[in-house]
Design a protein around this ligand. Sequence first.
Ligand code: ATP
Ligand code: MG
Length: 553
Amino acid sequence: MADETVSKNFIEQIIEKDLAEGTYDKIVTRFPPEPNGYLHIGHAKSILLNYGLAQEYGGRFNFRFDDTNPTKEKTEFVQSIEDDVRWLGADFKDEVYFASNYFDAMYEAAVKLIKKGKAYVCDLTPEEIREYRGTLTEPGKNSPYRDRSVEENLALFTAMKNGEFEDGAKVLRAKIDMASPNINMRDPILYRVARMTHHNTGDKWCIYPMYDFAHPIEDAIEGVTHSICTLEFEDHRPLYDWVVRELEYPHPPKQIEFAKLYLTNVVTGKRYIKKLVDDGIVDGWDDPRLVTLSALRRRGFTPSSIKRFMDLVGVSKSQSSVDYAMLEYCIREDLKPSAKRMMAVLDPIRLIIDNYPEDQVEYFDIENNQENEEMGSRKVSFSRELYIDREDFMEIPPKKYFRLFPGNEVRLKGAYFVKCVDFKKDADGNVTEIHCTYDPETRSGSGFEGRKVKGTIHWVNAKDAVDCEVRLYENIVDEEKGKLNEDGTLNLNPNSLTVLKHCKLEHAFEGAKKGEAFQFIRHGYFCVDSKDSTEERPVFNRIVSLKSSYKPV
Ligand code: ATP
Ligand code: MG
């Protein structure tokens, strides 16, 4: 089978080797977000990668909040992160782990290092610690407190825990090597004194572990085998290895780094998004122009489109930016066979069929999706007054314009041929209505072959049209014009949102559910906005237009 030859990515290769050599019997991966913001498309890569590997190799996937740093955490994010992970389909068996539940174990681990002579309490000030650390080109020098006895260290660390020292007065440091070429190994800090209320443990602790010490312990406690993180942690790996080795875990986890996902034409930095939200430029963290997972969901992206995207992007160690158009390609592929294709008029103009009986209504059977017969068809009503899109009529057409203009005949999709016989304008010269005549012989499905027309346009019956608002989106920043201004602020696209308030939909749209996606024929894919849409006044977001510049290789 061709699929068998698809080459494995470097992480799969490591896992397969570990399983073959019996390093681990079963793999365990994890997604460890810090609850300090909303998840974005980059996090989705990590979630799907870790969950996907666990699935592929019959292992386990843990969902764990890395909540060891109370300064930056907010409980409000815990729920949104959990919702997002669930939505993406990463099944964590309803078991949510919290790193803060391991504070006791981390404390015991620190005591163990002290007893082994591998950690010491240091009284240097933060400035002094920085001075003693040395630079990339010069080695550091030993702290004068480095050679305290085990007993003294144990007593001081206990006193740290018991609140006997001011915040920042003392730290616990690993005793590794102040001359190491890797600065992370120059006696890194393991614990600091800080009086902060933690969302889970309250005021139980006045000392908190540092990330580089806490993370490997969290992984080891949960039996994680492959601790997958992004490249900026590569230089921290020797410390990760040191921690699990010195703590003598029987099946130590290993850290593997991959390149972060970056997308063109979007804003991912938390700092920038927060400013857009605070300045009221976007409508919250789930504004459909953002790429937080809640924004993508609201815009109408599906979990399977995001999964397809990650599969296309792949996993590697080299940093690069992926074209946003590739994400659009994925949602289009996803919706092509599944979304109903219906008629919507975004900029309506009235079309009156002069020779069609005033009170007559007839129904046409129109297929829901030409590419998926199983989706069947629906009845669409037709009568004397319709709406068509303004751009489908021109008073003076340019060459190759095959839609409506005076004297020209077009097909109304799924209905009749109509010929433009007249039109009216207001004082400003805007076309206000178009008059046509229809030819009963051309009824769709009648097998009429008398003559051909070059243009087919969509329409909506004025009698039973559904009124709605439609929001069109463009990228919020343009990579080619530069994402940032000279003063460091975002160079925003002023046209990133267009609101159309008078759109007309065919009757079958009535009762569309929040989040439901459709193709508006000739306009693109749209979904019902989950926040602002109401039964009285549906609001649709354009997910993506129909055409793309992106072609998969
Ligand atoms: P940010 O700086 O955007 O807040 P983070 O790394 O601080 O990201 P965490 O909550 O600490 O956010 O990350 C949880 C997991 O998601 C980590 O394993 C991290 O490596 C991964 N991750 C974060 N951003 C990306 C990205 N752009 N691409 C892939 N993985 C990412
Ligand atoms: Mg972080």
